[in-house]
Unconditional design. Structure first.
Length: 204
């Protein structure tokens, strides 16, 4: 009996050795994929901003005004300058005659491009990318106020004048009526007097 029990115990030990124990493997940390990296870089590029200085010049004038703004790198140059011109030109957009250059001797900038692509051709002054807008003299003049429309005068009531002939005829008719009434009143007393005289004769 003792030998059989030993054999059984040995078999159990062998089985336990053959079956591997389930060990908890550490979970692998998720590494960022290329797609997530591109998303993050796209969001960061949209949020990147650039310090821009816009210099305004008018031919024949020595004064130069400069405006500093902070805008996104992906902003289109035309949109930025239209917003800037709205404050400088009393709500009007950038005129078509205006020239936008990187410097006085530089070439004109493409207004359809964004600031990120144009920043390489812009000079840096006092820590800002600088461009120059050359405006015509007419652009600085105040806009003409629209003339008020003249409202039509209210119509007056017109009265038609009656001809003079009708008025005279009516007056003559009224006179004839008055005369006829007067004759009737004159005749009545004469008739009454005659009747009274006849009665007096009969009674006398």
């Amino acid at each position: 009996m003792g030998a059989e029990s030993k054999k059984k115990e040995q078999k159990k030990v062998r089985k336990e050795q053959k079956t591997p124990t389930k060990s908890k493997t550490p979970t692998k940390s998720k590494t960022p994929t290329k797609h997530s990296k591109s998303k993050r870089s796209g969001v960061l590029s949209l949020n990147r901003k650039i310090f821009l200085a816009i210099r305004c010049m008018v031919p024949g004038e020595h004064s130069v005004s400069s405006t500093g703004i902070c805008v996104q790198e992906k902003a289109i140059l035309r949109d930025v300058l239209n917003a800037w011109a709205g404050g400088q030109l009393q709500g009007r957009p950038l005129p078509a005659e205006a020239r936008v250059v990187s410097s006085l001797e530089g070439k004109e900038l493409d207004l359809k491009k964004d600031l990120q692509t144009l920043s390489g051709s812009l000079p840096v002054r006092q820590g800002r990318f600088t461009l120059t807008v050359v405006l015509p003299k007419e652009a600085l003049q105040p806009p003409e106020s629209p003339k008020p429309k003249a409202e039509p005068a209210p119509k007056r009531a017109t009265f038609q004048a009656k001809p003079l002939k009708d008025i005279k005829v009516k007056k003559d008719k009224s006179r004839d009526v008055k005369k006829a009434d007067g004759k009737r009143t004159d005749r009545q007393p004469q008739g009454e007097g005659a009747a009274a005289a006849a009665l007096a004769e009969l009674l006398g």
